[in-house]
Design a protein around this ligand. Structure first.
Ligand SMILES: [Zn+2]
Length: 328
């Protein structure tokens, strides 16, 4: 055994009245032969991994070769889609670049691309505004936001990814370390972004309180987390790609993320569900029966069945990943 377990109280309400939700869920992401319990708080319905590896030993489940440490090298700046998005941003989000298409097109694009824009995590523009990305990985989001006119800052714990953002993408303000060690003045940021990170943290509420301190009043917080109440998480249960124990310690639903944000001083403005076929297909690879995965991964099935189905699910707020727009 290369890790130590600890038993904890509910990360949302602090209570210790919980019942089993999924017992003996196998660690599937890294493929180690370890099993974890997931419990549900009887008071506030928060679902969390318990017991869980301690802060000092969780690193055992984060080998440096982990899949999410990979740069996205595709340059999409000249695509029609990017021009459409820039048209909407210039006409409706306060961005100060030239609109590629005229204003009459912008109205139509805004309607058609409403969901796409919401899941792209693009904030309303603030001239001279500062934007912080916590867990910025290789820096693709802040690189894009700096091209859109933001003064960008990134925090990234992985050394290789932080160096890439700094040296290859040329982003000056990259802090290589954890957000707990990051220092900055109070009321400093106009926007804070944190994508798929809160579910990994041992002290998510403490992290949100620090964000609250660093963010200006009227600032925008944009986060994304898996939704345990989503369709994929529901049908796959212990095999769900987004369950990912023990890397995921906190398994939020719209109600529990909202409750934690309210308790830490924020107000939720809107929750949008992402449209990604990945959760439906990737979860199937963990099943003992390989047939569903073989069917779902076929590109024809993905095009004619999986993608339209996930598109509808996301519009109904039922997929297993959500983006949350939060105000202070
Ligand atoms: Zn609770």
């Amino acid at each position: 055994m290369d890790y130590i377990l600890e038993t904890v109280n509910c990360p949302v309400c602090g209570g210790n009245n919980y019942k089993p939700y999924i017992t003996n869920a196998k660690e599937l992401y890294g493929g180690t032969d370890n099993f974890f319990n997931v419990v549900k708080c009887c008071d506030c319905q928060m679902i969390f991994t318990n017991p869980r590896p301690t802060k000092d030993t969780i690193g055992f489940f984060y080998p440096d070769s982990a899949g999410y440490y990979q740069p996205d090298s595709k340059n999409k700046d000249n695509t029609i889609e990017e021009k459409i998005i820039r048209t909407v941003l210039a006409n409706y989000y306060g961005y100060q670049f030239k609109s590629p298409f005229s204003k009459s097109w912008a109205f139509l694009f805004k309607k058609l691309f409403r969901h796409k824009l919401a899941v792209s995590h693009i904030p309303r523009f603030v001239p001279g505004g500062r934007l912080l990305d916590i867990g910025c990985s290789w820096g693709s989001y802040i690189y894009k936001m700096s091209n859109y006119g933001w003064k960008v800052y990134g925090v990234e714990i992985n050394k290789k990814a932080a160096e890439y953002a700094k040296n290859t993408l040329g982003i000056e303000n990259i802090f290589n370390g954890s957000f707990n060690e990051y220092k900055c003045p109070e009321d400093f940021f106009d926007v804070v972004h944190m994508s798929m990170a809160l579910e990994h943290l041992h002290e998510p509420a403490q992290c949100l309180k620090r964000i609250h301190k660093f963010m200006k009043t009227g600032g925008q917080l944009i986060i994304s987390v898996p939704d345990i109440s989503g369709f994929e998480a529901g049908i796959y249960g212990r095999y769900a790609y987004t369950l990912q124990v023990p890397q995921h310690l906190n398994h939020f639903s719209p109600a529990t993320i909202k409750s934690m944000l309210n308790k830490t001083g924020f107000t939720v403005e809107k929750i949008v569900h992402q449209s990604s076929a990945k959760d439906l297909v990737a979860s199937a690879q963990y099943l003992d029966n390989k047939l569903p995965h073989n069917i779902l991964k076929s590109s024809l099935i993905r095009k004619i069945f999986v993608k339209p189905f996930v598109f509808l699910l996301s519009r109904c707020g039922k997929t297993s990943r959500m983006s949350i727009y939060v105000g202070k």
